[in-house]
Design a protein around this ligand. Structure first.
Ligand code: FAD
Length: 562
């Protein structure tokens, strides 16, 4: 009989192990294709993605623990789809709390309710709530299954030098310093990024003059699984409060405190307990018991590095950009950075993109994700401005909008308690081929492919994105054999090693066909990160080849990244 082992991810410690690379002569450091710095959610995602594409990775972390304290809990649908491709999405969903519904209150009255995923036919929910240490723990366990990943704990990067064909990293360990040469470095070392400082770079933006108490509490109160946000509630007057359910019966409460709050005093249980008690009383759980798990007082900034690529060093996640947590865009956008970077590094390292194309492809990582970061910062800044108005006029406007939103849909559109993370549409990307024929709907070149229920070749019901999880480019071909014959012939004539996914336009594939505005013979070309990069009603072999060349930055017609 086997017994399930319960892992306490919060107190897990990973062992430091001396590596043979540490014994290399000082003038001949060992060379690796990719070194990823930082085993947070972003570095782990990047390492797994690269390993699954056949690229060996050294993953360095200055620590020997997973995330501690109250950090990310809301992981978005797109992040789960990426984790599915990495082989650990189901674990996250099984452990996390799935939710689609949110409620917004002004004083003690609900002003509106929203559903982030009102339509059926998606495998994953809009969000799960799961403590960051579980997410990192599951990613670390997945990484440990992949022989191409060499994780080195207690390895702190303290130096980086850009050389002609590599970056030279200096690494501090309990056994002293050593050096590694890396063809490319994934800088995923978090918001205080050493690599950013070592390269003389900075992240600039706006720091919000407000403080938030973030408390994780365990309670027996049977609260509903939905996001609740209060503006100026009677139990916490003049401020805002956010409530979320997490795994293990843990609840996350964010109490806005104001800039003058004392961050040390507010962390004390005697200050937290009455705040939590008042909230529970006011929502009808006055008799509930609770214990405080973790509490911190935070301030937030929205900022980013000007460029995410510096030669052979590519910044991803919090090292590159930071947002306030309203909208859950930090880890979610960082995972999308890694998703964008992994296949591009693999294409450069395996020779699919060489010389000028390699440079352009890596530059496209920077331009695409800088664009996405700007979008995230814009949303996050607007939400934070709405939640924490900085002048009496702004507050009056905000309260008027909230009061009107009870009855008027136009006002609801102006309420901003955090527009929740959705992937950016990279419509201006130089890697996308503009449409030559009219298409309706959201699946424009640059969009992340939408999921839909489909039936696979063996007649099994499944999900479209699961079928597009291969390492290379995929072609979604709509219609049956007769209807799609010309398109299938074009794919064959192109000689491209595309992963072909057949989607009927009737019955089981109807929803997919509708989402993609597909007719019999329609073909969508998806990048390895499942972004649409071209589509045709009926492609030619030449058009397919040109689109793949363009998506790998090999095309002479490529425009400069904006
Ligand atoms: C209160 C709060 C709530 C949040 N809620 C959400 C949410 O709901 N959803 C969401 O998406 N995001 C949320 N975030 C943001 C999220 O936590 C971060 O965006 C996420 O952790 C970024 O991941 P990362 O891998 O880029 O960096 P980190 O998680 O900071 O990981 C960086 C890693 O690099 C290592 N490291 C640092 N320096 C070195 C070095 N010199 N050498 C080697 N290793 C190094 C560190 O030890 C660490 O393991 C929240 C943040 C906070 C503070």
């Amino acid at each position: 009989m086997t017994t399930a082992v319960t892992v306490d991810y919060q107190s897990l410690r990973f062992a430091y192990r001396r590596h043979a690379d540490q014994d290399a002569p000082a003038d001949a450091p060992i060379r690796h294709p990719v070194v990823v710095v930082g085993a947070g959610p972003v570095g782990l995602t990047l390492a797994i993605d690269l390993a699954q594409r056949g690229v060996p990775v050294v993953l360095l972390d200055n620590d020997c623990t997973l995330s501690t304290g109250s950090r990310a809990i809301c992981f978005a649908k797109r992040t789960l789809e990426v984790f599915d491709r990495l082989g650990c999405g189901q674990r996250m969903v099984d452990k996390g709390v799935s939710w689609n519904v949110g409620r917004v209150f002004f004083h003690d009255e609900q002003v509106y309710e929203f559903n982030l995923l009102p339509e059926a036919g998606h495998e994953r929910p809009a969000f799960i709530n799961l403590q960051q240490y579980y997410v990192e723990g599951y990613l670390a366990e997945r990484a440990a299954q992949l022989p191409l990943i060499d994780i080195r704990w207690n390895n702190k990067v303290t130096g980086v030098e850009q050389r002609a064909d590599h970056a030279l990293l200096t690494i501090e360990t309990p056994d002293g310093d050593y050096q590694l040469a890396a063809a490319y470095v994934g800088a995923c070392d978090g918001s205080r990024s050493n690599l950013r400082q070592l390269l003389g770079q900075e992240a600039t933006g706006r720091v919000f003059r407000d403080r938030f108490l973030i408390a994780d509490i365990q309670t027996d109160a049977d609260l509903p699984t939905e996001r609740r946000f209060w503006f100026d509630p009677p139990f916490h007057p003049g401020q805002s409060v956010l409530l979320h359910k997490q795994a293990d019966g843990m609840w996350r409460i964010d109490f806005q405190l104001g800039w003058d709050a004392d961050p040390v005093a507010e962390r004390q249980p005697e200050r937290i307990t009455p705040r939590v008690r008042a909230l529970l009383d006011s929502i009808g759980f006055g008799a509930a018991q609770f214990t405080i798990g973790w509490a911190s007082v935070y301030t937030f900034a929205c900022q980013r590095m000007q460029r995410f690529r510096h030669g052979r060093v590519l910044f991803a996640g919090d090292s590159a950009h930071g947002v306030s947590p309203f909208g859950a865009r930090g880890a979610n956008s960082g995972v999308q950075d890694a998703d964008n970077l992994g296949w591009k590094l693999a294409a450069v390292l395996n020779g699919e993109a060489q010389d000028a194309a390699a440079e352009a492809l890596l530059d496209s990582y920077a331009s695409e994700r800088e664009f996405a970061a700007d979008e995230n910062i814009r949303h996050s800044t607007r939400a934070t401005d709405f939640i924490t108005p900085k002048s009496e006029v702004s507050r009056l406007f905000r309260d008027a909008v909230l009061a009107l939103s009870r009855r008027h849909a136009f006002a609801r559109a102006l309420v901003n308690s955090g527009r929740l993370s959705v992937p950016a549409v990279l419509a201006a990307s130089p890697l996308g081929t503009p449409d030559a024929e009219p298409f309706a709907g959201a699946m424009v070149p640059g969009a992340v492919a939408a999921d839909a229920p489909v039936v696979d070749a063996g007649g099994h019901a499944g999900w479209l994105l699961r079928q597009c999880g291969g390492p290379g480019f995929s072609a979604l071909v709509f219609g049956n054999d007769d209807e799609a014959r010309t398109s299938l012939q074009a794919i064959e004539q192109s000689g491209l090693a595309l992963h072909v996914v057949r989607v009927p336009v009737t019955a089981e594939g109807a929803l997919a066909a509708q989402r993609y505005d597909a007719r019999p013979g329609t073909v969508y070309l998806l990048r390895p990160d499942q972004h649409v990069c071209a589509r045709w009603r009926q492609p030619t072999a030449a058009a397919l080849c040109a689109a793949v060349d363009r998506a790998l930055a090999r095309s002479a017609t490529m425009e400069t990244a904006s």
